[in-house]
Design a protein around this ligand. Structure first.
Ligand SMILES: Cc1cc2nc3c(=O)[nH]c(=O)nc-3n(C[C@H](O)[C@H](O)[C@H](O)COP(=O)(O)OP(=O)(O)OC[C@H]3O[C@@H](n4cnc5c(N)ncnc54)[C@H](O)[C@@H]3O)c2cc1C
Length: 364
């Protein structure tokens, strides 16, 4: 098959990778240059956290996320690039006043998890916490360790994919806005590009084609904090925000993220930066002397129920609604999409497909 992909954000790039691995031809189109642009993928913190998300997201997201966690290491090995990928789990902590919220989070997550997977939740107290995260043990008496969760540096990954894909045979039309898609056709400017099948991975750029697609604003800060040593992502339970800290190489931390019902991707607001920075300081005193080296806002592409969709049509597939789970889900969605492209089922046309994920056990 020769597949045309509109949009080279994380979904488009991961799908291109999956198709090339299965021996297909791929041509990507993006309105931005190859190594930079307005994709939400550039703003993402890179948490691969199906357990933590299960507390507020649908079970499908957890199962797809688990599948992705199995796929990421192989994908990263093939890229042969340093993308700062780690799998040490993540921690959830709360200050004393938010203890009830912490216990409720633990309870809800335990209830949501199938019995045999509850061993992935581990309450660390006192010495055990000091062994895993010495810098946090002074301030927090306990933490919930979500084992097996992972994280990566999203910008490094986007760059690594941009280096790998053309080297593996993908054609890439950068700075080429797509005007419209039709069965087997991607239209740019006055040109029609014909393929066996086309896939729409334009994120929020597909609003003209997907009713109800909306933006959910997220803001993040990058901190340079030589006085802090935290080894794995940490979430802070807070009555109003969902805040997390994700370590990067070289004393850097990504602090995120706000979640605001707005498609405004303008600069980070004073209020959001105050809230994020106060949260960081409440986690660790060492953040008082940290430098804010970067601030960024972007919008997550989301549908009404905040679940992703693969929408099948005649020689046209749309993948969208990745919301706050783009990295968590992209490899599993790419795999499902590739399976479907190889064996399209005509009865799926016009419907949302592929959410039963019955084949998970076979893949395991
Ligand atoms: C602050 C923040 C933090 C996040 N943190 C995480 C996280 O920790 N973990 C996680 O899993 N997810 C996270 N996300 C979510 C993740 O970034 C998104 O789910 C993901 O980027 C969506 O992927 P996508 O490929 O569908 O869209 P995008 O990444 O936005 O890519 C869409 C691409 O389509 C291109 N495009 C659009 N219109 C056109 C057109 N007409 N012609 C040509 N090209 C076009 C764009 O230029 C872009 O390159 C976060 C998001 C934000 C904003």
């Amino acid at each position: 098959m020769h597949v045309g992909i509109a949009g080279a954000g994380i979904m488009g790039r991961t799908l291109a990778f999956s198709l090339l691995e299965r021996g297909h031809q791929v041509t990507l189109f993006d309105r931005d240059p190859v190594q930079e642009g307005g994709a939400a993928a550039y703003a993402a913190a890179g948490m691969l956290a199906p357990l933590a998300e299960l507390e507020s997201a649908e079970h499908d997201i957890y199962r797809l996320g688990r599948r992705s966690l199995r796929l990421w290491p192989g994908l990263i090995d093939r890229l042969a690039a340093d993308v700062d990928y780690h799998r040490l789990g993540s921690l959830v902590v709360a200050h004393g006043a938010d203890g009830a919220g912490f216990r409720e989070f633990h309870r809800r997550l335990s209830n949501q998890l199938p019995q045999q997977e509850r061993e992935n939740l581990c309450l660390l107290q006192g010495e055990a916490l000091a062994l895993e995260e010495p810098d946090l043990a002074d301030r927090f008496g306990e933490a919930l360790w979500l084992k097996g969760e992972a994280w990566l540096d999203t910008r490094k990954l986007m760059t690594a994919l941009a280096d790998y894909l053309p080297g593996s045979g993908a054609r890439w039309h950068a700075t080429t806005p797509v005007e419209s898609l039709a069965p087997g056709v991607i239209r740019t400017g006055h040109e029609d590009h014909c393929f066996d099948v086309v896939v729409d991975c334009r994120g929020l750029g597909a609003r003209d084609a997907i009713p109800g697609l909306r933006g959910v604003r997220g803001e993040i800060l990058w901190l340079d904090a030589p006085q802090v040593r935290v080894n794995r992502p940490v979430r802070l339970i807070h009555p109003r925000y969902r805040l997390y800290l994700v370590p990067r190489q070289g004393n850097r931390y990504v602090l995120g993220a706000t979640q605001i019902e707005s498609d405004d991707s303008g600069p980070v607001t004073v209020r959001s930066s105050l809230e994020l920075l106060s949260a960081a300081y409440s986690l660790h005193d060492g953040f008082s002397e940290a430098r804010v080296v970067h601030m960024e806002a972007n919008c997550r592409p989301a549908l009404d129920d905040n679940r992703p969709r693969l929408i099948a049509g005649d020689r046209l597939l749309r993948i969208n609604g990745l919301f706050r789970h783009g990295y968590l889900l992209a490899p599993a969605l790419a795999e499902l999409a590739t399976d479907w492209l190889e064996n399209p089922n005509p009865v799926d046309s016009g419907h949302d497909v592929l959410f039963s994920f019955d084949n998970e056990e076979a893949h395991d």
